[in-house]
Design a protein around this ligand. Structure first.
Ligand code: ADP
Ligand code: MG
Length: 701
């Protein structure tokens, strides 16, 4: 049934074709519904009317009620032309000043009429005044701006220049609300609205645009945020339960020789967390359902080990596996690690990347098709169409956030049956974000580092301490350790950053003179062979110091390096600092991370640096990062990873509402998995509306 809300925006009185075009091109508003759900991003409190005697310069925007007693025009033309009007109430007067629209205002303002003005008071020539206040006749009918919290809507330069500013948007929304008065049907099941004592949809949209007062505003926000998060969770959980019911997973009941041989020969014991995750995976692959699991674990927590053990279980049941990494360096590292571990127990591994030679490719291709190769490591090259398996049963995606949804979907379709999927990430994703980004996956966490690792000691320092830090480094080098020195690399200031790095490098080789010390340098503007040469010097222990930008590959593993100094640390995000810090502390030695900053730090930067010094817990840092910067900025978890854009909710600030919404959604699905009960009919309707907005998300699970 078509709803009035689906009407083209140009049919709304006060809009028309020209403004409609603007609304569409500037704000993507096409229908009544789009406009209805176009919410203010902040509010100005106009519930209070001040008197002139209370006004002080430096106050923020305030509202006054009074009369215009005198109007004067100064200057004839050009820049000097302006209009001043004396505004008076029972307690005093001030000057209003207009530079623009002088002619029109002069005609419109009537001495001795009562007006409500709104603006920011300033002092000029020792006279209290207000430049270009908003003015409304106090007698005006339907004074939407008086006695309210006023919404401020997102806008654009073009809209404002076309005379379609905040006030005009407010007006068309007021018209819209009137037009739709009787047709704002409830979008949540009634029983939920009652149970949660929420605003109805009608009350909520009215009060989010034109709040009666602060309380009404917060009720409206709660209702609409809850709805937004609830439907998102309902949709994710429904997909999950559908998948669990429909996809029959590959059955892998056997624990055979490959697994047992490898397990026995491990040079270490698995941590309890690793054992627990292996068990969780085991229970998935014997359940008859297809596994879709996210494995989170801090840098160095041993995720790869878990993936390899699972690949061995797959082999014991007659299936092949693949492990996809985001870079060649990482893929190579995985491959060599696995080769060392599995080479002598009869498990065949191979490596396929963009730089694999044609001849080699052919050999791999055959090995995959005749089932000779058990585990294939590689990069994006793995998902090319030409890569065919005999019987792919298990696929691992490392550092998952670097892969797009489409790329993942391709992996899924490599076998006859969907393989079991393990997605691994070392970027700790806060719980609330994970619940939204991966709401349809099961989540495992390795929350424990292998024993013997000492936590990295992190200290904050600056130039005055440089000499002391250098002697500390010399001591460490003397005892055989290696050192990272990292410079920021931010796209916008790349050239400057490279200059800093070069200068830094010159400074370091001056301080740490050859031949006593060997310093390598690695950055993106080098030739590949120079980069490889210097990187190799450091990896093999032949260089004492590595000077580099922050783009050094994610997984570089040099356990002998025990000190990292990060220059201009205030320019890094928390998650990035934490990732960098993960490069040290891989050996059993005590290790150090030194954060160098300037003297003057913003409050936020100082807070970030202090947090880094106080905790090694990647999740705690990620939570803080999300709170401070919002999900859009989070390292590696672009907002675009979200299945839909959230209009209102903020994943960091609204975590309580999110958890509640997820709980409610889960309870409903538990009772009514297909949403067939009469009382849940609204849920189906709203979900299908949501689907229209949703990015193509259905394929990935
Ligand atoms: P992640 O992928 O989680 O960053 P890795 O799997 O690469 O971590 O493991 C990091 C290092 O720790 C590797 O050298 C690995 O061999 C080692 N390792 C893994 N599990 C254990 C364990 N239980 N005890 C000791 N060392 C381990
Ligand atoms: Mg790893």
């Amino acid at each position: 049934m078509p709803s009035i809300l689906d009407s083209d925006i140009k049919y709304l009185p006060g809009v028309g074709p020209k403004r409609a075009e603007l609304l569409t091109s500037e704000l993507n508003i096409k229908t009544f519904r789009d406009l209805l759900l176009f919410f203010p991003f902040r509010y100005i409190d106009r519930t209070k009317i001040y008197s002139v005697s209370e006004v002080e310069p430096g106050m923020s925007y305030i509202q006054l009620r009074g009369k215009i007693t005198k109007i004067t025009q100064l200057g004839d033309k050009g820049r000097s032309r302006r209009l001043t009007a004396t505004f008076t109430d029972a307690t005093g007067s001030l000057e209003l000043i207009f530079f623009q629209g002088v002619k029109w205002i002069k005609e419109w303002l009537k001495p001795h009429n009562e007006y409500i003005i709104f603006g920011k008071p300033t002092v000029f020539n020792q006279v209290l005044n207000m430049v270009h206040p908003e003015i409304e006749a106090a007698t005006e009918e339907n004074p939407i701006y008086v006695g309210n919290m006023i919404g401020v809507y997102p806008s654009t330069e073009r809209l404002r220049n076309s005379g379609f500013g905040n006030k005009q948007i407010g007006r068309v929304i007021a018209t819209l609300l009137k037009q739709c008065e009787g047709s704002l049907n409830e979008t949540m099941p009634l029983y939920l609205v009652q149970q949660k004592k929420m605003f109805s949809f009608h009350e909520a949209v009215n009060n989010i645009h034109f709040p009666k007062d602060l309380r009404a505003l917060s009720s409206a926000l709660y209702r609409l945020k809850f709805e937004e998060l609830f439907y998102l969770q309902l949709s994710l959980l429904k997909q999950k339960s559908y998948r669990e019911r429909v996809n029959n997973g590959i059955f892998m009941p056997k624990v055979g020789d490959s697994f047992n041989d490898c397990y026995k020969k491990l040079p270490f014991e698995l941590t309890n967390a690793q054992k627990r995750v292996v068990k969780e995976i085991r229970s998935d692959i014997v359940s008859g359902r297809q596994m879709n699991r996210l494995l989170q674990g801090d840098v160095g927590s041993g995720k790869t080990m878990v993936a390899i053990l699972t690949a061995l279980l797959a082999k014991d049941n007659g299936y092949q596996s693949c492990v996809m990494a985001p870079t060649e360096v990482l893929a190579g590292q995985h491959f060599r690690g696995a080769q060392k571990l599995l080479g002598n127990i009869g498990v065949k591994v191979a490596l396929l990347t963009g730089s694999t030679k044609k001849k080699e490719r052919k050999v791999i291709s055959e090995g995959l098709l005749n089932g000779e190769i058990d585990i294939l490591f590689g990069t994006h090259a793995l998902i090319e169409e030409s890569v065919q398996f005999l019987n792919l049963g298990f696929a691992v995606i490392d550092e998952q956030h670097r892969f797009g949804v489409d790329q993942r979907a391709k992996l899924w379709s490599k076998g006859e049956k969907m393989p079991h999927i393990l997605v691994m990430t070392a970027t700790p994703i806060p719980r609330t974000l994970a619940m939204t980004l991966y709401g349809d996956l099961d989540v495992s966490v390795i929350d424990e580092l292998p024993p013997g690792r000492k936590p990295v000691k992190t200290i904050h320092s600056n130039d005055t301490q440089r000499e002391r830090i250098y002697s500390f480094m010399r001591e460490k080098i003397k005892s055989g350790r290696q050192i990272f020195i990292v410079y920021p690399l931010i796209k916008e200031s790349e050239t400057m950053d490279y200059k800093n790095l070069q200068q830094g490098y010159m400074h370091i080789i001056e301080e740490f003179k050859a031949p006593e010390y060997v310093t390598a340098v690695v950055h993106g503007q080098q030739k590949n062979e120079d980069k490889a040469h210097d990187m190799n010097l450091f990896v093999t222990g032949n260089a004492n110091i590595l000077v580099s930008t922050s783009v050094i590959e994610v997984g570089v593993d040099v356990p002998n390096a025990s000190v990292m100094m990060i220059e201009s640390a205030e320019r890094f995000g928390l998650s990035q600092l934490h990732q960098l810090r993960g490069r040290v502390g891989r050996g059993s030695d005590e290790s150090w991370c030194i954060l160098m900053t300037g003297h003057k730090l913003s409050k936020e930067s100082r807070h970030r640096i202090e947090l880094m010094c106080s905790t090694n817990d990647g999740f705690e840092l990620a939570e803080a990062d999300l709170r401070m910067r919002g999900p859009g900025d989070m390292e590696g978890t672009m907002q675009s990873g979200l299945p839909v854009d959230l209009r209102l909710s903020n994943l960091a600030k609204d975590s309580q509402i999110l958890e509640e919404a997820r709980r409610v959604a889960a309870d409903i699905l538990q009772e009514d998995p297909q949403l067939e009960n009469q009382k849940n009919v609204q849920l189906k309707i709203s979900l299908s509306l949501l689907k229209r907005e949703q990015r193509d998300y259905s394929q990935i699970s």
